[in-house]
Design a protein around this ligand. Structure first.
Ligand code: V1P
Ligand code: CA
Ligand code: ZN
Length: 388
């Protein structure tokens, strides 16, 4: 009735758990799990849930999380007590500061979003899904023994480890505005995972400060993972045209050389214009074009969330990207349905607000055409060392 039909041939699974959305990082913290409630409300108001298999996520077991994380860290994460963030004290495993506060239900939150990504990966492995979606995951900074940048458990690494049980080669792509350092580092030493991150890069004043063009994995002769990290460092204000051009060119070349058998796309929505932490001019259309491009490669595809600090824009992007996954993005009405929960939060009633509507005055684009060409050339050169 909404133009939503269950497509034949392509199965999409949607992994969520409303419990995840109830967690609070603290009043002034930019990460708001509530953005998942807003996104889900929009997805359901369009009727998209009828075109997917929905699974309520279970908690990952500690044993599953130990595939990547140390027992010591997981024990600390499980038993850490809620405390007032204090920057002076030493913080074991980087827990309890302002970026990674200890809040009520922290371990359940981590185990739930990890369980959702692990189950999503398993659906792809056993062929039950062609595309699996977990908007609560994508927490790419977490390290094996410590939390970092709002990320405690690295659900992406856990999901890729599941995929590697069946798949010889996994391509990981990260469109969050931040560098996907945790995933990059986890697969630093293998040629079975090629990681690609597009991000704002400024070693001095933009988190986490890594991800320059030359960072391609430790270049020792006995490291099979050398050259298997691709970084696309960008400046403020990049627009849809440049972003889509770079994404398609870089990812296209990676696919040609690496021949992945599965793809994981981290869809961090802080690369959108108007984000509270990000500084790009990417619109919902440009962000979604990355999902469309990955879908067009016809490989098992895992879509996870990530950053995204202006909830109304996060919800727009992830609803649009869900519609791309199920194949109804051209038929749904861009006008946000009247019965959408929290509709007043969207300010503008369209899925695709203009840059002027989002920002008033767009941010200047600090990415020259030469910079974009230099990036493509460097990466093409790196990929000479990558073979299927
Ligand atoms: O800049 C820093 C740290 C704090 N200083 C010691 C350096 N942290 C950033 C962390 C950003 C994390 C992004 C996560 C993701 O990639 C994946 C989920 O999106 C930070 C920022 C900032 N503007 O970059 N922390 C905070 N803002 C922050 C602000 C208020 C309260 C708590 C944290
Ligand atoms: Ca990124
Ligand atoms: Zn981010």
């Amino acid at each position: 009735e909404n133009g939503i039909v269950r497509p034949k041939g392509i199965n999409v699974s949607f992994h969520l758990n409303p419990e995840i959305e109830q967690h609070h990082f603290g009043h002034s913290h930019p990460m708001k799990p509530w953005r998942l409630t807003l996104s889900k409300g929009l997805i359901i108001s369009y009727g998209m849930h009828a075109a997917m298999d929905t699974y309520v996520a279970r908690q990952a077991t500690e044993e599953e999380m130990e595939d990547f994380h140390t027992t010591d860290y997981l024990d600390y994460l499980r038993t850490a007590e809620v405390a007032i963030p204090d920057d002076s004290e030493e913080k074991p495993h980087n827990l309890g500061g302002s970026d990674c506060p200890i809040f009520e239900g922290l371990f359940d939150y981590c185990a739930l979003y990890s369980g959702a990504s692990i189950d999503a990966a398993r659906k792809l492995c056993n062929g039950q899904s062609d595309i699996a979606i977990n908007w609560s995951g994508g927490l790419h900074h977490a390290k094996k023994n410590e939390a970092s940048g709002f990320c405690y458990a690295n659900d992406i690494v856990l999901a890729i480890l599941q995929l590697l049980r069946q798949h010889p080669r996994v391509l990981y792509i990260d469109i969050d505005v931040h560098h996907g350092d945790g995933v990059e580092e986890a697969f630093w030493s293998t040629d079975r995972v090629l990681t690609v991150s597009l991000h704002k890069y400024d070693p001095v004043c933009f988190f986490p400060g890594t991800g320059d063009l030359e960072r391609n994995g430790p270049q020792s002769e006995d490291n099979p993972g050398a050259h298997h990290a691709i970084n696309v460092p960008l400046n403020d204000g990049i627009d849809d045209d440049q972003y889509i051009y770079l994404f398609e060119t870089v990812v296209g070349r990676c696919v040609d050389k690496f021949r992945p058998t599965a793809i994981v796309l981290q869809c961090g929505a802080d690369s959108l214009a108007g984000d509270r932490l990000g500084r790009f001019n990417v619109q919902v259309q440009g962000h979604g074009a990355c999902v469309s491009y990955c879908k067009s490669l016809n490989l098992p595809l895992l879509l996870v969330g990530g950053g995204g600090y202006t909830p109304r824009n996060v919800a727009r992007a992830w609803a649009h990207e869900t519609s791309i996954a199920i194949g109804c993005s051209d038929t749904i009405d861009p006008e946000i349905p009247l019965h959408t929960p929290y509709r007043e939060h969207f300010r503008h009633t369209t899925l695709f607000p203009t840059l002027e509507q989002i920002l008033g005055e767009p941010k200047p684009n600090k990415n020259s055409p030469k910079k974009i060409q230099d990036i493509v050339e460097h990466i093409t050169e790196q990929l000479r060392f990558v073979n299927a």
